[in-house]
Structure formats: C-alpha cells, structure tokens
Design a protein around this ligand. Structure first.
Ligand SMILES: *[C@@H]1O[C@H](CO)[C@@H](O)[C@H](O)[C@H]1NC(C)=O
Ligand SMILES: *[C@@H]1O[C@H](CO)[C@@H](O)[C@H](O)[C@H]1NC(C)=O
Ligand SMILES: *[C@@H]1O[C@H](CO)[C@@H](O)[C@H](O)[C@H]1NC(C)=O
Ligand SMILES: *[C@@H]1O[C@H](CO)[C@@H](O)[C@H](O)[C@H]1NC(C)=O
Ligand SMILES: *[C@@H]1O[C@H](CO)[C@@H](O)[C@H](O)[C@H]1NC(C)=O
Ligand SMILES: *[C@@H]1O[C@H](CO)[C@@H](O)[C@H](O)[C@H]1NC(C)=O
Length: 286
C-alpha cells in the first residue's frame, strides 16, 4: 500500500503506536457515552452547533453496534453516527434559515476558529463508514469533513461524496478537494460499504500544504499523496458530519434554494476523530 514515491515524505516522521504525539483536540467518544452526552457542556464537541433549529444532538446522534475504528480500538473509545432528517434545517439567525441544506456537523469543543488547531503543522485524524440502514442519496452532493475559514468565505479542504459540483464520474466515491475557491481533487477512492475509511490529513499551515494518509479497516495509514500546495490559510473550524446540498441548476443562493426530497433518514458513522501536533514530525499511523 505504501508508495515509494510518497514514503520519502514521512522519512523524518516519528511514527507508529509506540510514540504518543501531543493532542490538539480529542473527538474520540468514551465507551458508555450516550447520544445525550453530546448535549452536555462537557461534550467533546460544541453542544450548540451545527444542526436543525428545533433539534438536539441527543436526537441526531446514534451509537451504532459496529466494530471500533482503527484509532478507537487503540484507546477503547467508540464510533458514533451523525444523522440527518427533514428537520435538519440550520438557522443561525431568524433571517438565515438554510432551507437549501440539510445539516448536522460536529465542531471540536476547543476549536473556536482562532485556536492552535489551524497553526503550525497538525495531523487531522478521522474514520468514517456508511450505515446500510441510512444510505445517502448520491444524486446530491455531501460534505462530510471540512474546515470552514474563520470569515466563513471558504473551505480550505472538503471531503465530499455523491454528485459533486464540477465533477463527473462515479458519485459513490470519497473525494477530498483542495480549497474550494479553486478546487482540485487531492485524493479520491471508492466509498465501499462495511468498512471504515481512515484518513490522516497532514496540514502544514506554515507552508500551505496538505498531505493525505489513508487506509481501510485495521490497516495502518499510508501516504497516498505527497505534501501538495493548498491554501489552508484563514484559520477556522473543522466540521464532521453531513452538509447535504440541494439539487437544481443556476442556484443564486445554494443555502436557501434548490430541491431537497422529503422523508429522508440518512447517516454516516464516525470514529477516531482527533488532531495531533506534527510540528516535530510526530504522527500516528496505526
Ligand atoms: C501512549 O498512550 C497509551 C494510551 O494512553 C499508553 O498506554 C502508552 O503507554 C503510551 N506510550 C508512550 C510511549 O508514552
Ligand atoms: C421550528 O419549530 C417552529 C415551531 O414549530 C416552526 O415554526 C419552525 O419552522 C421550525 N424551524 C425549522 C427550521 O424547522
Ligand atoms: C479561542 O481559543 C484560544 C485558545 O485556544 C483563546 O486564546 C482565544 O481567546 C479564543 N478565542 C475566542 C474568540 O474565544
Ligand atoms: C434522491 O434525490 C433525488 C434528487 O433530490 C430525488 O429525486 C430522489 O427521489 C431521491 N431518492 C430517494 C431514494 O430519496
Ligand atoms: C488554481 O489551481 C490551479 C491548479 O492547481 C493553479 O494552477 C492555479 O494557479 C490556481 N489558481 C488560483 C487563483 O489559485
Ligand atoms: C497561504 O496562501 C495564501 C494565499 O496565497 C496566502 O495569503 C498566505 O500568506 C499563505 N500562507 C503561508 C504560510 O504561506
């Protein structure tokens, strides 16, 4: 799996499970936690954002009976599922009711937009898996993991699936795009069911580069790209969940226009969310 082309980039990295890198934020859910854990002020994630106006995390999160993801298994934490329904209409203000979207995204509690998670060199870890009982609708575009800049003007990277604006081809893929201002595909892989897809994104905010590490199931992460140029400036917040976009062409305001079908019940299972400091080359691969 490890390409010789890319392994060079990790030559200086202190890798593997023997070493614990310093953690910037922790999103791995302790065993025994319940959906309402996410409503508490002590939650690992912002208890008040981003979800439907009249909902609570307790009604959105599920604790599915699945195997632990790669980085949950290490520490005894558990995966959880983020779901969306017809009620997943985010309304950050009375005049900004986002009827064009269906949204439920978790933001790490310490990630206030100007904290150190968008400084230095950091490796962002997450694993995600489909839920056969809550399939996504690949006629739509979904953002599953992304960073939104502090001024809300861009996403410095976005992991997407479905029918992605500007792309043709199989909608059943995970596609990691660079800064959406000028999006290029950094990495794409089939979004196969029944297994966790594990990502490590090495974000070098001092050099504006992004390197992608990837594996499935229990396999150790391996580089699938080099450290490629990508404008990751602008600070901001990391989102984990679903931002489902509408269908329809020539939409002037995608947040409020377009088509969203009714009676949806969709979900994605997340595990192993954490960010570590890689400024000294430390990164966890297994
Ligand atoms: C790394 O962390 C794990 C889990 O917290 C612990 O069991 C292990 O001893 C640590 N290893 C080192 C080298 O500190
Ligand atoms: C929230 O509930 C109120 C009262 O039932 C309703 O008027 C409003 O449309 C709901 N808002 C959203 C975004 O679903
Ligand atoms: C965000 O968090 C950092 C610490 O990580 C703190 O220094 C800063 O004041 C916080 N900013 C706001 C707006 O709360
Ligand atoms: C999927 O989305 C399309 C476009 O919104 C819609 O026409 C279709 O009915 C949806 N399919 C299902 C199974 O909901
Ligand atoms: C957009 O991306 C292309 C390909 O990576 C690059 O050549 C071009 O300079 C970029 N344009 C801007 C405005 O960043
Ligand atoms: C990253 O790229 C942006 C856009 O070109 C630029 O404004 C910023 O200064 C760059 N940051 C670094 C650390 O090179």
């Amino acid at each position: 799996m490890v390409s010789n082309i890319f392994s060079v980039a990790l030559a200086f990295a202190a890798v593997a499970s023997a070493q614990n890198c310093s953690i910037q934020f922790e999103g791995r859910l302790p065993a025994g936690a319940t959906p309402s854990t996410f409503d508490a002020k002590t939650s690992l994630f912002d208890s008040g954002n981003v979800f439907g106006k009249n909902l609570t995390w307790g009604s959105i999160i599920q604790i599915p009976a699945v195997v632990a993801s790669l980085f949950d298994a290490k520490v005894g934490t558990i995966p959880f599922e983020v779901t969306i329904s017809d009620k997943s209409i985010f309304a950050p203000s009375a005049t900004n009711v986002q009827t064009g979207f269906r949204r439920a995204e978790l933001l790490p509690a310490s990630n206030n937009g100007s904290d150190p998670s968008t400084l230095g060199v950091k490796t962002l870890h997450f694993s995600l898996m489909k839920d056969a009982a809550r399939p996504l609708n690949t006629s739509h575009e979904y953002q599953l993991v992304f960073v939104e800049s502090a001024d809300f003007s861009t996403n410095q990277f976005a992991l997407k699936t479905g029918t992605i604006s500007g792309l043709t081809g199989d909608p059943n893929q995970l596609v990691l795009q660079s800064n959406v201002r000028n999006a290029t595909t950094l990495f794409a892989t089939p979004f196969t069911a029944g297994t966790f897809h594990n990502f490590g994104l090495v974000l070098d905010f001092t050099k504006n580069t992004t390197q992608v590490l990837y594996s499935t199931g229990n396999a150790a992460l391996a580089p699938v790209t080099g450290a490629v140029a990508n404008d990751i400036s602008g600070r901001g917040q990391f989102h984990f969940g679903m931002l489902k976009k509408p269908t329809g062409s020539n939409l002037k305001d995608v947040t409020k226009e377009g088509f969203q079908p009714s009676n949806i019940n969709e979900g994605i299972i997340y595990g192993g969310i954490f960010q570590e400091d890689s400024s000294t080359g430390c990164m966890t691969l297994q």
